[in-house]
Unconditional design. Structure first.
Ligand code: NAP
Length: 484
């Protein structure tokens, strides 16, 4: 299969926070991969900006070392690295002061696509937007890319939307959620809307429940102080998991076009029921074998912040009434695995009697590791001796199905940055979506804060707190195993 590289127009991309962790690990290596793919037009420029004093040359050396650190040697031929570095420049500036902005203005062209990536702390988003505007740098078609977290609650998200709207139109604002840039997540839409097979079954009559799992093995480590002000609900559920839920639950948009897709997602968020305390399990990892506990990592002995959360969520509309969505995410779990599992109902009547090996059909969508999908179906066990059934997976691993093309799936960030350059907002969150998600999450968080709810302890390397098992057991269901 030949992968089609769709050309983009020449652009000026400014990465604010270009010396930070995200830029080094994701944004700059991602841009390099797009350069190799032929998507960085010759006259395009990538300008890094931060407060550190640096020449263009020093910045190129800095980026070269990031490429060495985060890309295999085979994937960064010297000639390509040299060619890519020639596109890079650096401007020293302070988001909160005036120094450096005129230098940036002199560097940035007005007759090419302009994109400004805000890879800095959210407290600086407003400063950047205002100065881009005030110094006359951004044109009316410029795009800004805004990192997570987008607000801490509804009020702060609203305030940020208002600040950004003072300088940029909604059509210019790209709120990034890198989960939406994952190949499998987009494939979820392709599977749903490009095949006749699934859509007739995609409802409460045929789907028993949905499980969305985002499990990590790492703890909060060096990010402890920040994470302790956030917790799993704010860090993962309100944004990433909510987006996944929306893509599963939304009605078919009339067209794969930003407004249409985002309208449908928004309707799902509006249809979410409030979640009561009986449908929430929060956890905190304990220390073990020389590994610190959550409260030690967070350096907050009395912390009530959750490093794990499981929720039963209901979508109150005709399609989904009666089909719960169980969400769980946590740190220091037994494996790093993210998966969406659509668990179908059993057949209405078994002509084979009560079979031991009987299992429901499950469409499992793996987001990491090894992006791919598996549909489990029941077949007859081979050989004589009657009709014994067994479950087999129809496996669609992208790496296997698509050969080298599948193995070299673009990272979420590189795909999303190219969408920004193309001016395609489909995979970015609209302001009203983010606000609606906070409007759903805020009362849930306020509820456990008012109850001074203590998260349940769980062992590092486990599947989370015992109570989370009960969330499904009491409904006659069970979590799928967390495994890589
Ligand atoms: P970071 O490592 O702390 O880097 C921050 C960057 O901002 C540095 O380049 C810093 O350089 C620059 N900066 C700080 N203050 C500045 C100012 N006043 N004016 C101009 N530049 C300034 O942060 P990060 O981890 O890369 O995160 C960046 C953003 O991405 C944050 O919004 C974060 O929430 C989000 N994010 C990060 C990750 C991740 O994996 N790291 C994942 C998801 C989202 P100087 O100090 O030299 O100015």
């Amino acid at each position: 299969m030949v992968s089609r590289v769709i050309p983009v127009d020449p652009f000026d991309l400014v990465v604010f926070g270009a010396t930070g962790d995200l830029a080094r690990r994701k944004i700059l290596p991602g841009l390099f991969r797009r350069y190799i793919a032929g998507q960085i037009p010759e006259s395009s420029r990538i300008t890094g900006a931060a407060r550190a004093e640096m020449t263009d040359g020093a910045f190129r050396t800095f980026v070269a070392s990031a490429l060495e650190e985060f890309l295999d040697a085979a994937k960064r031929p010297d000639e390509a690295v040299k060619g890519f570095l020639a596109h890079l420049h650096y401007v020293r500036l302070d988001a909160t002061g005036e120094a450096g902005w005129d230098r940036l203005a002199a560097r940035i062209r007005r007759d090419v696509v302009q994109a400004f990536y805000f890879s800095v702390a959210p407290a600086l988003f407003g400063d950047l937007a205002e100065r881009l505007h005030r110094h006359g740098i951004a044109t009316a078609s410029a795009r800004i890319v805004v990192e997570k977290p987008f607000g801490h609650d509804l009020d702060s998200a609203r305030a940020l939307n208002v600040t950004l709207a003072a300088h940029f139109a909604e059509s210019q604002i790209y709120r990034i959620d890198h989960y939406l840039g994952k190949e499998t997540v987009q494939n979820l839409m392709a599977v749903r809307f490009a095949n006749i097979l699934f859509e007739p079954l995609w409802n409460a009559r045929h789907i028993d429940h949905v499980q969305i799992t985002v499990a990590e093995t790492v703890g909060v480590g060096g990010r402890g102080a920040y994470y302790d002000t956030s917790g799993a609900m704010r860090d993962m559920v309100q944004n990433h998991m909510m987006q996944l839920l929306c893509l599963i639950a939304m009605e078919p948009p009339y067209e794969f076009e930003p407004g249409a897709v985002r309208d449908e997602k928004l309707k799902v968020i509006h249809a979410l029921e409030p979640v009561g305390p009986e449908d929430i399990v929060r956890g905190q990892y304990r220390g073990s074998e020389g590994r610190l506990s959550y409260v030690e990592d967070a350096e907050n002995p009395g912390s009530l912040t959750e490093s794990y959360i499981a929720l039963k969520v209901e979508v109150a509309n005709w399609r989904w009434k009666g089909t719960p969505f169980y969400l769980r995410t946590g740190k220091r779990l037994r494996a790093r695995a993210s998966e969406i599992a659509i668990v179908f109902k059993e057949v209405p009547h078994s002509i084979f009697g009560d079979e031991e090996g009987w299992r429901e059909n499950v469409l499992a969508i793996r987001l990491q590791p090894n992006e791919g999908m598996t549909l489990s179906v029941m077949i007859k066990e081979p050989g004589p001796g009657g009709m014994r059934l067994t479950e087999v997976p129809l496996d669609m691993s992208f790496a296997e199905a698509l050969g080298a093309e599948g193995a070299d799936i673009p990272d979420a960030y590189e795909r999303l940055i190219m969408d920004v350059i193309r001016g395609n907002q489909t995979l970015f969150m609209r302001g009203d979506e983010v606000e609606a998600a906070w409007a759903w999450a805020d009362p849930i968080i306020a509820g456990w804060e008012a109850r001074e709810d203590r998260p349940k302890g769980y062992d590092s390397g486990s599947s989370g707190p015992e109570d989370a098992l009960m969330l499904l057991h009491r409904d006659g269901r069970r979590w799928r195993e967390i495994r890589e």
